[in-house]
Design a protein around this ligand. Structure first.
Ligand code: ADP
Ligand code: GLC
Length: 499
């Protein structure tokens, strides 16, 4: 099969810069796709952390002015990834969170910061870098949303486009006065374009203009067609009908491997889960919990936001604390939730341990030391932590939405009897069903053999990128074919010269 070249456009990429699962996906897909004959290069903004990580770079283009300042495009390798870096100090030369100012508010110029990313992506896709002619541009989330729009309105030669929705709650909505700065034709500011209820909508623009649309699980692909989950974009998606599909995320099995994990004091595999006890003790110590092996240690690794439903855990705590159960929470985000978790932990430090902040090593220790991992999300496009948990033998306890519904086999009577259960699901995402799921988990926990059986199932579940990568590769080939007459080249190795 011919080799396909993909320009991926993403605002974060692990291990260079990460605020959530998008970075994990953008970072892991290229290696998985290489095995499918797809060569991926990722365009990322030149945040300080990205520039610092560059190993080798070559300037492939200089913009005299890009949204208010000079900029360069570098073709580089960083942490083993093939990237284009948009080095634009006036837009990205700010340390810390890529989207938020030091007060935790969106940077006021996020509109032009990510319009620049989209524009650079579109221009690269049209041959800006000598010798580079991708077959497909793959835009991730709203931050890359204008890339397919710029291509759509540019006329002329262009590759196929794919837009992936990682979270429809974040839409990149900006005031209409941004529009004249974007350099799009007048006609684009319309319902059939980038306009969304009087504003400029970056994700809306992508959903309207991309050849194909994916989201990160089959269930979420259905949910976002409804008003309950579509966050106002359900109509736009319905209009795209067959162009929308769901491809489940995987996890990077090299990064998330309990047998080689450098963050675990005790490494193990499915045959040596007894070693998890040492990790459990280490986790209990780290969070100053009682060092009790018989307690069901339930972990949480999460952004603290309404989406994740962790307020339900606090609500349920007076009830769930009655069981032989401990909680280990690693998370950051909403200040009110952070304080509420700290206060609950302060009142009962032996039963609930909380670390507020972002800590990669501690996230691994939770996966390798907790007995279960709780993900009570109100909505969850895919979710990666439950996949890591399965690989690490921490049984996921999840709400039945989005990717959580698609990845966890609930321990109902039949699944237990058939020996296929991998975790616990509950619905709806409310306090009482959450409590019942925890009670079910406790009763299986007390039957040690049943728990170990589920743990073996979970650890054997296919959570890698192999199957999803096949699906992306097929979709890329389909999208690449759509504009074949118009593409610049079928890839450099086919010898087509760029203008
Ligand atoms: P989302 O992208 O919605 O935040 P995902 O489950 O897809 O949810 O991905 C979250 C990623 O971020 C996972 O890799 C998880 O381990 C990581 N993560 C979340 N919170 C923390 C934290 N406080 N410390 C370390 N890693 C975290
Ligand atoms: C988003 C979603 C999460 C998903 C991740 C990667 O952040 O909230 O469910 O796993 O993107 O696709």
């Amino acid at each position: 099969m011919s080799r396909v070249q993909v320009l991926s456009v993403a605002s974060e990429i692990f291990p260079l810069v990460k605020t959530g699962g998008l970075a994990d996906v953008a970072g892991a897909l290229p290696a998985a796709l290489a095995r499918e004959g797809v060569a991926v290069r990722t365009l990322v903004p030149g945040y300080p952390a990205v520039l610092d990580a560059i190993e080798e770079a070559e300037a492939v283009h200089a913009f005299a002015a890009l949204f208010g300042g000079p900029a360069r495009l570098l073709a580089a390798t960083a942490a083993g990834l093939a990237v284009f870096v948009l080095d634009a100090p006036h837009l990205y030369g700010r340390a810390g969170n890529p989207y938020l100012d030091p007060h935790g508010r969106d940077w006021s110029d996020n509109g032009i910061r990510f319009a620049a990313l989209g524009l650079a992506g579109a221009r690269l896709a049209q041959g800006l870098a000598p010798g580079y002619a991708p077959d497909v541009l793959h835009a991730h989330d709203w931050q890359a949303g204008l890339a397919p729009a710029y291509l759509h309105y540019s006329g002329g030669a262009r590759p196929g486009t794919l837009a992936t929705i990682h979270n429809i709650a974040f839409q990149g909505l900006f005031r209409a006065d941004l529009f004249p700065l974007l350099g799009l034709p007048e006609a684009a500011f319309a319902m059939e374009g980038v306009e969304f209820f009087g504003r400029v909508g970056f994700l809306k623009a992508a959903l309207h203009t991309a050849d194909r649309i994916t989201t990160v699980s089959p269930t979420y692909a259905e949910e976002i067609l409804t008003p309950e989950f579509g966050m106002g974009l359900e109509g736009v998606l319905q209009a795209r009908g067959g162009a929308v599909s769901g491809i489940l995320n995987g996890i990077d099995e090299a990064v998330w491997n309990p047998d080689t994990d450098p963050h675990l004091p005790f490494r193990y595999d499915a045959r040596r889960t007894i070693s998890r006890r040492g990790n459990k003790r280490a986790l209990q110590r780290r969070l100053a919990l009682a060092e009790q092996q018989d307690a069901l240690l339930v972990g949480v690794v999460s952004r603290l936001s309404w989406q994740k439903g962790l307020d339900l855990v606090l609500e349920a705590w007076p009830e769930i604390r009655m069981g032989n159960l401990q909680l280990a929470v690693v998370g950051a985000g909403d200040r009110g939730l952070e304080r509420a978790f700290e206060a609950t932990a302060a009142a009962e430090p032996k039963r609930i341990g909380v670390f507020i902040g972002y800590d990669e090593a501690l996230a691994h220790l939770v996966q390798g030391g907790a007995d279960a991992l709780l993900v009570p999300s109100r909505f969850e496009p895919c979710g990666l932590t439950q996949l890591c948990a399965m690989r690490y033998g921490a049984l996921p306890i999840v709400s039945r939405v989005g990717g959580l519904a698609d990845t966890v086999v609930d321990a109902n009577a039949m699944a237990l009897a058939a020996g296929v259960a991998t975790g616990f699901q509950f619905a709806p995402a409310e306090r009482a069903p959450l409590e019942r799921a925890l009670r079910r988990a406790l009763s299986v926990w007390e039957d040690g053999e049943a728990w170990r059986r589920m743990q073996r199932n979970a650890m054997a579940a296919p959570v890698g990128w192999e199957r999803p990568a096949e699906r992306y590769a097929a979709l890329y080939r389909e999208a690449a074919g759509l504009h074949r007459g118009s593409t610049l080249a079928g890839g450099p190795e086919e010898g087509v010269e760029l203008e």
